[in-house]
Design a protein around this ligand. Structure first.
Ligand SMILES: C[S@@+](CC[C@H](N)C(=O)[O-])C[C@H]1O[C@@H](n2cnc3c(N)ncnc32)[C@H](O)[C@@H]1O
Length: 392
């Protein structure tokens, strides 16, 4: 970010602090200006050469021009700044970012877009266009071996094309507008599932479920269900969440946005009861399968903001792991009403986390500690785990 003489901020992607650059203005607003980088006149000592030939054109990566250590420093600074500016906390208790075990080839799931002639690509950085790709260093090696062999040119217009790598093999997940799956030839040793807008998941080849082991436990998930994308880092994060919770046989734990049961499965053996809340019916089915062995579990299917106020829940420990939009005000109000002594907030968006922190603090929760985990090297995404305690 730089400033114009009139004081307006200028946002220029792919520049680094301290650099002297020539830019082209692409959008002017009353309060700020957006520009694109034309030339680096004086480079920052932190600038490195990007590894991928598509960097800057493809919208998937944002930080390949920055060494990994510096990426972590930037993410730490952004998180601190969001807490200061949005939550009004002068010195937020943000610890060092836990680096990803792998800086490259860490994604077990990749979502492609299609060019107009059906080629695989990613959304462009600066437009809605699709950039056809010939290399990408974010997916796990098994996915990278596979996608160049995948030819979907005969089935253009798919809304979703995803390759997922699981312990039981690779899975192609497709979603289109038609009720029935497209006819296609697939000469690859992978599962294929079509997510029909009318009929739900339809198996075209192989398995309906992926299975991934986390900390020695196998989790199965439907083709369309959310599962953590960076498997090794998910293990580190789950362990950290468990360490924060101080679980006992008297604990009643509430796992909101519980997905297929990643946190609940590790909490259940140590506590009196676990209650999960999740809006996706398929993820709820996965949850029931993954936690089948436990008697002390219940799950409610529905939106957290509707379920939490309508259920009469008692809990002394709460984990929330919402999507980027964070917690709806009704969900915050209901959580405050429940009044658990410990609340752990797993966030994938610093700005909504900071907004919700402000609300939680106003209701008596104290932010004790924030631990960022880098799940997405080379990108600007920031995950973090925040520990809140009620009262003094
Ligand atoms: C970031 S994922 C976390 C899942 C799980 N905690 C995990 O680590 O695997 C968020 C989950 O919230 C669910 N979800 C999205 N909006 C929701 C809502 N309004 N109420 C309840 N669940 C919601 C999604 O289906 C998804 O499973």
């Amino acid at each position: 970010m730089g400033r114009l003489e009139d004081g307006r901020a200028v946002f220029v992607p792919y520049c680094l602090p301290g650099e002297k650059v020539r830019v082209r203005v692409v959008q002017e607003k009353r309060g700020h200006v957006r520009a694109e980088l034309v030339e680096v006149l004086e480079a920052s000592p932190d600038r490195i050469d990007a590894r991928c030939r598509h960097f800057g054109e493809c919208g998937g990566c944002h930080y390949q021009h920055l060494s990994y250590d510096k990426q972590l420093a930037v993410k730490h600074a952004v998180l601190v700044e969001q807490f200061q500016r949005i939550a009004g906390i002068a010195e937020p208790p943000v610890g060092a970012v836990v680096p990803s075990p792998a800086e490259w080839n860490y994604r077990n799931t990749v979502q492609f877009s299609q060019t107009q002639d059906g080629k695989l690509g990613y959304r462009a950085a600066r437009s809605r266009q699709v950039v056809p790709i010939s290399e990408c260093y974010l997916p796990e090696e098994d996915i990278n071996r596979l996608w160049p062999q995948l030819n979907l040119e005969s089935v253009p217009g798919l809304r979703r094309i995803e390759l997922r790598h699981a312990d039981n093999g690779e899975m192609l997940v497709m979603e289109g507008q038609d009720a029935l799956p497209p006819e296609m030839e697939l000469e690859l040793p992978i599962s294929a599932v079509y997510l029909s807008p009318e009929k739900g998941p339809m198996i075209m080849a192989g398995d309906e479920f992926g299975v991934i082991e986390i900390m020695g436990r196998a989790f199965s998930f439907h083709a369309g269900s959310f599962f953590q994308v960076n498997t090794a880092q998910a293990e580190a994060m789950v362990q950290h969440v468990l360490d924060l919770l101080n679980l006992t046989k008297l604990t009643i734990a509430l796992d909101v946005y519980c997905g297929v049961g990643l946190f609940s499965a590790f909490i259940a053996p140590h506590v009196q009861q676990v209650i999960g809340i999740e809006s996706s019916p398929l993820a709820c089915e996965d949850f029931a399968i993954n936690l089948d062995e436990f008697e002390n579990i219940s799950i409610y299917q529905g939106q957290a903001e509707k379920m939490l106020p309508s259920l009469d829940i008692m809990a002394n420990v709460v984990v929330v792991d919402p999507p980027r939009a964070g917690l709806k005000p009704q969900a915050v109000d209901a959580l405050v009403e429940i009044g658990a002594a410990t609340l752990v907030y797993v966030s994938c968006d610093p700005s909504t986390l900071a907004r919700d922190t402000k609300r939680l603090q106003a209701a008596g929760y104290r932010l004790e500690k924030v631990t960022p985990f880098d799940f997405f090297p080379q990108t600007y995404h920031i995950e973090s785990v925040s520990l809140f305690k009620l009262g003094e």
